[in-house]
Design a protein around this ligand. Sequence first.
Ligand code: UDP
Length: 322
Amino acid sequence: MRVLVTGGCGYIGSHMVRCLLHAGHDVTIVDDLSAGFADTVPAGVHLAPFDVRDPRVRELLVDREIDSVLHFASRIQVGESMRDPRLYFRDNLAAGITLLEHVLSAGVRRFVLSSTAAVYGYPQYTPIDEAHPTLPINPYGESKLALERVLASYATAYGLSYAALRYFNAAGAWTDEGLGERHDPETHLLPLLIDAALGKRAPMTVFGTDYDTPDGTCVRDYVHVRDLSDAHVAALVYLADGGESGAFNLGTGQGHSVREAIACVERVTGKTVPVSYGERRAGDPPVLVASAARAARVLGWRPSRASLTEIVSDACAWLARQ
Ligand code: UDP
């Protein structure tokens, strides 16, 4: 297939690009480099260094005979979305709608959206399947859910085929390809823990120890970034085969507490993680674990790097080199 990857220089997007190349697809990247890194672009891959709203995106879609768009470019920080929601409605929702204008007018028929477990809000039951009510509790989740709804309408009206892939906690790295997590600022648990263990960062703070969970800390479903990439390839093949549009959860179905993550990082690095214990972080649900049964059944996707040890080992190998 001939695929356009927006945000292809970001954390998940850069892994996606390599994964597509390994699977034999042709790749073009649009990334304005506001959060991505041009040094992730493999030799021979065309990088268009502009925003997804830029009218040149339409020309690119036509000139390069793109048949599928994978849309990663977006803002991703829950806290920032609470403080400054217009960034999220402007850069995730409105920009996504403008990108869809380019997609429709260029005649592209397949679209995969990078979505999030944040569309569900506080879990009413766990593991969370796609039938769970979608009641986001922050503008980040709202912006992604709204774009999913736009896609659903466009699918009905214009025959666009789409998959909205709702990631749980993306983690891990692809060190052989020189790829890993590079966020600035870094707010995610595993890189903070690993860098603290390696002495590259200040001790990390555990946000809350009084949750209604087995050890009092929050439980999350960490899924390997390479498994996420594989799921996108499966979604593209599914849509190309005439599969019905819809949303799919991507996770391992296994939950790990913050304390378990600390113990895992200590095992893998052989070092003690310096931690302090603090207050809960606003907006953190106690448990977020996916049921990815639908992705398994419909897309044939199962994570093949599902153990926390493997995810942490890969992340450590990458972060130790930085
Ligand atoms: N967390 C923490 N300290 C940190 C960062 C995260 O205790 O410095 C916890 C956070 O409360 C959550 C889990 O680690 O329970 C995963 O947080 P992360 O920000 O990585 O992902 P999120 O679940 O918010 O998408």
